[in-house]
Design a protein around this ligand. Structure first.
Ligand code: ADP
Ligand code: 5GP
Length: 194
């Protein structure tokens, strides 16, 4: 157990390559009446149209990010793409915990496994697997939120990220969306006992 947060508190970690459907599945779980609350990470990446500071992320500069690392404010952090930093704020876990809710994290594969290591049996780690590389690329392109350069950075990492799948507690294959949502909800309910 992590000695910074001594009370046992269950949590759900969702990781996957970009475009696999993490956000879609996390949104569904948040709307499933499971008393989950989203852990809003800090990031130095640019805000996308439609995103709100403090809702999807706390958008900060690279300099502010470095200060948070130095001040020990991050539970974990990664440079997920070159020049783009993402990290879980310790205050988020505490805030959600204090509400009596369960945190749900949308984090990269390395961050996900790091959180799992800290919280062990109190954490359920889910890996969302796309049906194929080609379908993942189509989904990312049709989401239409990234520049070609940002898209390429994401695609360059997919095969490496897929290697981590077997280290997670459960792999959810996101082929037909309704099936993936149902399966994610079934596993989450089983883990939380609700
Ligand atoms: P991530 O958060 O992993 O980057 P998203 O949840 O944003 O991925 O999904 C990427 C895109 O693919 C979105 O436009 C989403 O609506 C779409 N999508 C997700 N799951 C499916 C699915 N099973 N079938 C078709 N499109 C999907
Ligand atoms: P995006 O830029 O598409 O929102 O996210 C890019 C990647 O960063 C995704 O894999 C997402 O899960 C990951 N990510 C978001 N927040 C965090 C975080 O706090 N820590 C880590 N390690 N990864 C994160």
């Amino acid at each position: 157990m992590n000695d910074q947060f001594p009370d046992p508190c269950k949590m759900i970690i969702v990781s996957a390559p970009s475009g696999a459907g993490k956000s879609t599945i996390v949104r569904h779980l948040l709307n499933s009446g499971l008393e989950l609350e989203f852990s809003v990470s800090a990031t130095s990446r640019a805000i996308r149209p439609g995103e709100l500071d403090g809702r999807e992320y706390h958008f900060i500069t690279s300099e502010e990010f470095r200060q948070k690392i130095e001040a020990g404010e991050l539970l974990e952090w990664q440079e997920v793409y070159p020049g783009s930093y993402y990290g879980t704020l310790k205050t988020e876990v505490k805030r959600i915990h204090d509400h009596g809710h369960y945190p749900i994290f949308d984090v990269d594969v390395v961050g996900g496994l790091n959180i799992k290591k800290m919280y062990a049996e109190n954490a359920l780690s889910l890996f969302i697997q796309p049906p194929s590389f080609e379908i993942l690329e189509q989904r990312l392109r049709s989401r239409d939120t990234d520049s070609e350069q940002s898209l390429q950075k994401r695609l360059d990492k997919v095969r490496w990220e897929m290697e981590f799948a077997r280290k997670f507690d459960k792999i959810i294959i996101n082929n037909k969306l309704e099936d993936a949502l149902r399966e994610a909800e079934r596993v989450a309910r089983g883990f939380l006992g609700s």
